[in-house]
Design a protein. Structure first.
Length: 363
């Protein structure tokens, strides 16, 4: 099996069967920040594997062409043998198309996600600047709106937004708990995790792992913010605030895409988790998950570079033998071509180099 085929198989299995691993996701909710990081590492590992699969398939017939200098001839042939792929130019072209398609889709997704979030954040900033009023008692901006809502806006100017409806609905301890939840979002920079999830999900939504990634990551970062807020506030108070906000906002539109709202994601599970906190993961389990994150990041690169590393560790070909063989073969091919009235084939000049490389590498 070639390197490209191995990377394609890895990406297909992880992208299609990855969601099955967290269908019973009790361990994800026990360490939500770590679980979100693991899901993102798996998703971006799939994209990296697909991109590198196309490059490794196309490498023997494109990047390592025979137009380089004589000195690099033996290295070129050795790398060609390491990355050899059946099918010739057609398969190499398909590999280039795959890598180009993955790069194009990731770039397109990045542009779309960044534009959408910037536009939404700009609208919210304008709304806060025109209609918001800061308060001396609360570290937040108040919007005069009867619908209760609480959310935060990340960026250079981090802002927590409360509506007048939320001020009327919630008690003072509940307001403090909700503000702690929103400040936890800003402090942990959850917006970056959500942006990475949205980018991967938009780049390749055909795979189940990518399709459900944004919702899964949003759910986990909300749980993580609940955890951080519960460290300084009463968990029961935060749970009652979430109940009040979710009940009052039933049937209303959710918070803006660029914002992180207190009661917009799987509120029932979060309330149960606050009232009945799950057991924390053991240090051994946490180390295992961190190792899995590192493995997802390294596996595609290691698989793609292993043949090159093996070829580099083989005994070197003598430079004088390689250059002399190439020159002799070029002169012979030129003489034959001139005698027969045909142009010599420059690709034939690499045959002696291959023979030298094979003799030198063999024990």
């Amino acid at each position: 099996m070639t390197v490209g085929a191995a990377l394609l198989l890895y990406a297909a299995i992880l992208g299609a069967l990855g969601p099955l691993a967290h269908r019973r996701d009790g361990w994800l909710t026990r360490a939500p920040r770590l679980g979100a990081t693991l899901l993102l590492a798996a998703a971006w590992s799939v994209l990296t594997a697909l991109f590198l699969a196309g490059l490794t398939v196309a490498l023997p017939g494109t990047a390592l062409s025979s137009g380089l200098s004589d000195l690099l001839g033996a290295c070129i042939l050795r790398l060609r043998a390491a990355y050899v792929t059946p099918g010739g130019a057609a398969v190499a072209g398909a590999g280039l198309m795959l890598s180009g398609a993955i790069a194009a889709r990731v770039g397109w997704a990045c542009i779309r996600v960044v534009r959408a979030r910037r536009a939404e954040r700009r609208r919210q900033r304008s709304l806060v600047a025109l209609c918001g009023r800061p308060t001396s008692t609360l570290d937040a901006v108040i919007l005069d709106q009867p619908q209760p809502a609480a959310y935060c806006l990340a960026g250079r100017e981090k802002t927590v937004v409360l509506t007048s409806g939320a001020l009327t609905l919630l008690t003072r301890p509940q307001l403090a708990a909700v503000l702690a939840h929103e400040q936890a979002h800003l402090g942990a920079r959850h917006h970056r995790l959500l942006a990475a999830a949205a980018l991967a999900g938009r780049a390749l939504p055909e795979l189940p792992l990518m399709r459900h990634l944004p919702d899964q990551v949003r759910r986990l970062v909300e749980m993580h913010a609940d955890e951080l807020a519960a460290c300084t506030q009463d968990p029961e108070t935060l749970a009652t605030a979430l109940v009040a906000l979710a009940t009052a906002r039933s049937g209303l539109p959710s918070a803006p895409t660029a914002a992180l709202a207190a009661a917009d994601s799987d509120t029932a599970v979060r309330i149960r988790r606050l009232l009945l906190p799950p057991a924390t993961l053991t240090p051994r389990r946490r180390r295992t998950i961190r190792a899995a994150v590192a493995a997802f990041a390294l596996i595609p690169v290691l698989v793609a570079l292993t043949p090159a590393a093996v070829a580099a560790n083989q005994p070197p070909v003598k430079q004088r033998q390689a250059v002399t063989a190439v020159r002799q073969r070029s002169a012979t091919a030129r003489a034959i071509g001139l005698t027969a009235g045909k142009r010599p084939n420059a690709a034939d000049a690499w045959l002696p180099v291959a023979a030298i490389a094979n003799r030198t590498a063999s024990p």
